[in-house]
Unconditional design. Structure first.
Length: 317
């Protein structure tokens, strides 16, 4: 079945969940912040990090636990922080300065300072002191609202959701261990970075050792298919109730992604590579073979999700 024909056949769900409400119809990438880093040269090492990104249809919950180690035989004092953004051409292209992170150092909350930059941008900062050969645990958490006023469900208007890992490259040496977990309410993904991940339903994991953060975490979504996935399989009250029509559309969703994975990847790659997208968001390059491989993985997971939904509908009295 051709992609355009399939989408026309499920237009009701797309209009409910993903159609643009006004203005430009294109979705756009949404930034959700980045890894904290030192504001000056340092000998301190990011020994271990556990990063969790929890995507929902309206927001992303970010939490990170870092083990910072001063391997020197001398104490060190430094400032740590990460940038936030003010007004841009889109509602969300990074951590907005209106979002104040919660930060704890060695189990104690710290008060953040704010340094204003250009165009209402700035940096959240806090001081740290390390004794010689000392490990210090830092936790950071915040919630970023996803915003796209042209879409009734913001996630449906996100061509990608990205987190800047590369800001963590300012620590000395490589990251000894980096564990990342991303949870997502949809399986309609066409691109995942960095490489080395594993996927199960609703979950993406990385276990990276001696990692040099040269690439950011990017979760790319196929917007039309994401809209329909949410309409059929979303957990919100507006998700469609069991019916013969819904069962047919569920099977159509699985068949569509399985048979059109390459075409979906090609369409996404062309959009993702637009100069305006690359310049404003500074995203890593994307090759077609990577997008195809991710789309094929997604097709298998969508089949699992559809099979589970059909089984649950059959078991429901």
């Amino acid at each position: 079945m051709r992609r355009s024909a399939w989408l026309a056949g499920v237009s009701t769900g797309v209009l409910l969940w993903g159609a643009p409400s006004a203005g430009r119809a294109d979705p756009f990438p949404m930034g959700i912040g980045g890894a904290p880093g030192p504001l000056s040269q340092t000998q301190v090492v990011l020994a271990q990090e556990d990063l969790s990104l929890g995507l929902s249809t309206t927001e992303v919950r970010v939490s990170a636990k870092l083990d910072l180690h001063n391997p020197s035989d001398k104490p060190e004092r430094l400032e740590v922080g990460f940038p936030c953004l003010g007004a841009t051409s889109e509602p969300v292209v990074g951590l907005a300065c209106s979002v104040r992170p919660a930060v704890s150092v060695a189990g104690k909350p710290v008060r953040l300072g704010f340094r204003r930059g250009k165009k209402r941008a700035g940096t959240w900062v806090w001081p740290m002191v390390f004794a010689k050969d000392q490990h210090v645990e830092v936790t950071v958490s915040y919630t970023v609202p996803l915003q796209n006023p042209r879409y009734q469900v913001p996630l449906a208007g996100a061509a990608a959701v990205y987190y800047r890992l590369t800001t963590g490259a300012r620590w000395a040496q490589s990251i000894e261990r980096l564990d990342i977990e991303v949870t997502t309410p949809v399986e309609t993904l066409t691109y995942i970075a960095p490489p080395g991940y594993s996927r199960t339903l609703g979950r993406i994991r990385w276990h990276l050792v001696q990692h040099e953060p040269q690439e950011d975490v990017v979760i790319g979504l196929a917007p039309p298919e994401t809209s329909r996935y949410l309409a059929l399989l979303g957990q919100k009250p507006k998700a469609e109730p069991p019916s013969p029509q819904r069962d047919r559309e569920l099977r159509g969703l699985a068949t569509h992604f399985a048979t059109q994975a390459k075409q979906i990847a090609e369409s996404y790659t062309k959009f993702y590579g637009l100069p305006a997208i690359q310049q404003e968001h500074q995203l890593p390059s994307l090759t077609l073979d990577v997008a195809v491989r991710c789309s094929e993985e997604s097709a298998k997971l969508i089949e699992q999700a559809v099979a589970a939904a059909l089984s649950a509908a059959t078991a429901t009295p």
